[in-house]
Design a protein around this ligand. Structure first.
Ligand code: FES
Length: 239
């Protein structure tokens, strides 16, 4: 029940926020919420278009981050940890080891729709690009109200979120396979072995990182929404 509730809270929050189109950009400090990045349409406020304007005005039913959201959703939905969680808690296939499941036949991930789970590695490649975009957004946000360098609580939140997103992405099981999979002799590939060892270490924390990043994404968006709407002002250290 907790797993279901946790995922439901995130899905509801992210869906509402992705469509409201308000309070996603703080002009003064160049804070852009990750739920609206990259913002590449004419519907985005000009300052938030870090990568230019690729398309014209979007109808209200298309989220401004239409380029990243489907892939991020696909990345999370097909994640090995979330699979385990929702197969057990929601789909009951199987509910646990040695517990009979309510479905008549078990076909695993060999048929549609669960066959789609095999696309996870491709979502992983796109997630790497999106993490790089979020990193760029976090760097651009070191902006003072009068121009030049600035630094506030929003920067700490943005940078903390992006670091954890990298940790979650790199700890992915597909990343383990990309770095060290299909090798017969680790001794012949010392660099890949080192990287694989580091990724494997992080991989043991994948579940914690999956939950933590759901939380940090919501906190980052919520904080930027409060500052952008003028509900609170950013705590500034410099600029
Ligand atoms: Fe969770 Fe790849 S296994 S993101």
């Amino acid at each position: 029940m907790l797993t279901t509730l946790g995922l439901a809270v995130f899905v509801v929050y992210a869906t509402i926020r992705s469509f409201v189109r308000t309070a996603y950009w703080v002009e003064e400090y160049h804070y852009l919420t990750p739920f609206y990045s990259p913002c590449v349409s004419a519907s985005c406020v000009p300052g938030a278009r870090h990568f230019g304007t690729w398309v014209g005005e979007l109808p209200m039913w298309i989220p401004l981050a239409f380029l990243s959201l489907p892939f991020l959703l696909g990345f999370r939905l097909t994640c090995y940890y979330y699979r385990k969680a929702y197969y057990r808690s929601i789909w009951l296939a199987p509910p646990a080891c040695a517990v009979a499941e309510p479905h008549a036949r078990y076909t695993g991930e060999t048929r549609l729709p669960l066959l789609i789970q095999n696309s996870h590695r491709y979502f992983f490649y796109v997630a790497l690009v999106i993490s790089a975009i979020n990193t760029y957004d976090a760097i651009v946000a070191f902006h003072g109200s009068g121009g030049g360098f600035g630094f506030g609580l929003g920067n700490l939140i943005l940078v903390g979120n992006v670091l954890l997103l990298w940790a979650y992405t790199v700890s992915c099981h597909s990343c383990r396979h990309v770095t060290g999979g299909r090798l017969k002799h680790f001794s012949k590939h010392p660099l890949r072995y080192r990287i694989w060892t580091a990724v494997s270490r992080l991989n043991t924390r994948h579940m914690q990182l999956a939950w933590t990043t759901l939380g940090t994404l919501m906190i980052t968006d919520f904080y930027i929404m409060l500052v952008a709407s003028g509900t609170i002002s950013d705590l500034r250290f410099v600029g």
